[in-house]
Design a protein around this ligand. Structure first.
Ligand code: C2O
Length: 369
């Protein structure tokens, strides 16, 4: 009988090397998993102001410098943790890798594996992953108010003055240049060099098939490209995005994961999420390594922000009510290296989780025609 995907201590213990598109992975956590597993239950605390995850492209001056200094320090500290520490940068990548390359079995009775991509687990699981990443950074920095920012990649407005005077460096259609400073811990040499070309807008339709390899680079002007991107966003967020198509295909115990064709993916997971992973290239090309690139986190923050935006668009958009989605359960190590049992139903309300997103202008793709 169908049941929600549920990860237990036994699931972790039974972890075995997996693969993605024929590439072998070996990212299992250490077999000795002791210590308690503590249920994670968010509590909305009305007395505390919500932390705000802000748009990267609108940061400037002192605010930008302060943020970059913290982020830099956080990653230096995280990279310095030993591999034995589940909060280490390496182990965080490994957990995404294990959940993304079929390293865990659904239960003892079948050989079916678990994957958090290309199905309805994608949005909630990645929100959890980024959430615990942020908590670990807060802890390492000794700053419980620290918040990740988001790469507002869907924003094609070239200059959005915020609070009157402050402008934004460029549209979100450019990869955030602050992540491209080779002297910083947020840099990755292993990226496609063209991805950071300041004269080239990202291409949402850069369709990468793991079996065929990367397509040719487009030669569009910024104006042509941003127009095409707005059309893609409009389609993924509105035209094609009824609840089932947006969240992704049902996926319960007993269901097999299908990688190609990626029929189970929700609209924004497929495009622009998968296509932007391909655009950035390097570690971001595949789930075995993607979170090694610090750009992964502001990128995924925007992915889950778009989920919230979608819910508010109207058109009857709402989260699924299927208990096999709501009760899907995963394990994550928190900022104190305690293993937490986390359910999808607890990750639907950002305010209960203590944060919100800075308001930005989404009009460029909403009103596309
Ligand atoms: Cu698990 Cu952007 O992917």
């Amino acid at each position: 009988l169908a049941a929600p995907i549920t990860i237990t201590r036994e699931t972790f213990r039974a972890c075995r090397p997996g693969s993605w598109a024929g590439i072998p992975s070996d990212c299992c956590p250490p077999k000795v998993i002791d210590g308690p597993i503590v249920d994670f239950r968010p509590k909305y605390d009305a007395s505390k102001p919500l932390r705000v995850r802000k748009a990267l492209q609108c940061l400037s001056g002192h605010e930008l410098q302060t943020y970059l200094r913290k982020l830099e320090k956080g990653y230096v500290l995280m990279r310095a943790l030993p591999d034995s520490d589940p909060r280490s940068f390496k182990r965080q990548n490994a957990i995404h890798c294990a959940y993304g390359t079929g390293s865990f079995l659904q239960d003892g009775s079948t050989n079916l594996t678990i994957d958090v991509h290309l199905n309805w687990l994608f949005l909630p699981w990645h929100r959890m992953f980024v959430y615990f990443h942020e908590r670990i950074l807060q802890k390492l920095l000794g700053d419980p108010e620290f918040s990740l920012h988001f790469w507002n990649f869907d924003n094609s407005v070239t200059a959005t003055p915020r609070h009157g005077s402050r402008g934004c460096y460029k549209a979100g259609h450019f990869v955030p240049p602050m992540y491209n400073d080779p002297s910083k811990a947020t840099f990755e040499a292993n990226r496609s060099v063209r991805a950071f070309d300041p004269n080239r807008a990202v291409d949402y339709a850069y369709n990468f098939n793991p079996l065929l390899g990367p397509p040719a680079w487009p030669n569009n002007t910024v104006e042509e490209q941003t127009r095409m991107n707005r059309e893609v966003m409009h389609r993924s967020m509105i035209t094609l995005a009824n609840t089932t198509n947006f969240i992704g295909k049902t996926y319960r115990v007993g269901d097999a994961q299908i990688l190609i064709p990626a029929v189970g993916a929700g609209t924004i997971e497929l495009v622009p999420h998968n296509t932007l992973h391909a655009w950035i290239g390097g570690w971001m090309l595949q789930p075995i390594t993607a979170p090694i690139d610090p750009l992964f986190y502001p990128f995924h923050a925007n992915m889950e922000r778009l989920w919230s935006v979608w819910r508010k668009l109207g058109y009857g958009n709402d989260d699924p009510t299927d208990p096999d989605w709501l009760n899907a359960t995963f394990l994550f190590w928190d900022e104190n290296s305690v293993m937490r049992r986390v359910r999808v139903r607890d990750f639907l309300d950002l305010n209960a989780l203590g944060y919100r997103y800075e308001k930005v202008n989404d009009a460029s793709w909403i009103f596309f025609d």
